[in-house]
Design a protein around this ligand. Structure first.
Ligand code: NAD
Ligand code: AKB
Length: 316
């Protein structure tokens, strides 16, 4: 049975991933951790929780020695929009946090799973059906740390044999925890506003396409790649994966089919718009499909139906 330490476990992904992993591997085998104990009871109380600042390598090591996990899923990070407002913070947390996790993993024989992002691409990357192996010259600090992180993880695999694996997540859409300050967050906020107020002001311009994915597919991706046969992996850090690509007017139109009175206008955020325009329109995820059987379940209509159903209950 696996034992897994999750860093940044109280964020958008961790909040759901910890519960998903506990269902598969058992409550006691999933150690959630974050910089502060601010999060839902079900993550904090149903299994072990430890306060871990990933900038404190000694503390990571202490927790790893206490629980002896065989995998560290490293989620603690600063996302794109927050990172553009505070590039030094993004560099520190994303680079030194990952470095510390890799060092502790090397010393304790742990595997490491850490997500990269569509942000690892930049304006000179081919925009449509972006290949797995292509130009990566991002123009955000977040993107710089994601490319460097992919390389660092590959380095620890080739140099030290640490079993490092990762995916390039697109924008993730979910209803449990709110997103933590990214560019794709509009695609979550739009559902909350549609259900609560029947109107939304979008900060991303019409016609701006980005890859997106519903959280259940993202959780399934993490476990499927974690459990994949290493002999089949040609790539490791990190696999392109996607489930859908849409622009704000597409998600608006889909919501309107279920909530006809929903309206949307635009007030463009120039920083987030610039970031969005530097990212691909759509990824080619053939390598993930071929090497470990990646296949998403949710498209835009299916996700929209589920999000609205779930949020209508949550926000009642
Ligand atoms: P999030 O911002 O929602 O959560 C990050 C968590 O890290 C927070 O709970 C925060 O408290 C914690 N954290 C911050 N600094 C820390 C520190 N010094 N020590 C310990 N914990 C710290 O992020 P998320 O959306 O859950 O993203 C997790 C990972 O997935 C990140 O690497 C992110 O780049 C990647 N990713 C996310 C998305 C997405 O759409 N959510 C898309 C692509 C990639
Ligand atoms: C962000 O917008 O920063 C994240 C991501 C795509 O990495 N959601």
């Amino acid at each position: 049975m696996r034992k897994i330490l999750v860093t940044g476990a109280l964020g958008q992904i961790g909040t759901e991933l910890v519960l998903y992993l506990r269902e598969i591997y058992g409550n006691l085998n999933i150690i959630a951790s974050d910089i502060a104990p601010k999060g839902p009871e079900k993550v904090l109380k149903a299994g072990p929780f430890e306060i871990v600042n990933v900038l404190d390598a000694k503390r990571i090591n202490e927790v790893v020695e206490k629980y002896k996990p065989d995998v560290i899923i490293h989620l603690a990070a600063i996302l794109s929009a927050v990172g553009e407002n505070n590039p030094a913070l993004a560099w520190n947390v994303n680079m030194y946090g990952l470095y510390n996790v890799l060092e502790v993993a090397k010393s304790n024989g742990c595997a490491v799973f850490t997500p990269s992002s569509i942000a690892a691409f930049g304006p000179s990357t081919p925009k449509d059906k972006t290949p797995q192996d292509t130009i990566q010259r991002p123009t955000t600090m977040y993107g710089v740390t994601k490319v460097a992180g992919e390389l660092l993880c590959d380095y620890y695999f080739y140099k030290y044999g640490v079993d490092t694996r990762g995916v390039r997540f697109p924008g993730l859409i979910s209803y449990e925890a709110l997103p933590g300050g990214g560019t794709t967050d509009y695609a979550v906020h739009i559902y909350y506003e549609a259900v609560k107020n029947k109107k939304y002001t979008c900060y991303i311009k019409e016609g701006t396409y980005m890859d997106m994915m519903y959280m259940p597919d993202a959780l399934n991706a993490v476990v499927t790649l974690l459990e994949a046969n290493p002999d089949k992996l040609i790539h490791r850090n990190a696999f392109n994966i996607t489930a859908m690509s849409f622009a704000p007017e597409d998600i608006y139109a889909e919501i309107k089919k279920i909530i006809p009175e929903f309206t949307m206008d635009y007030n463009i955020d120039p920083i987030k718009q610039k970031i969005a325009e530097s990212w691909p329109n759509s990824l080619d995820d053939t390598a993930a499909r071929e090497e470990w059987g990646w296949k998403p379940k949710y498209d835009l209509p299916l996700m929209t139906k589920d999000m609205i159903e779930k949020l209508s209950i949550k926000l009642k």
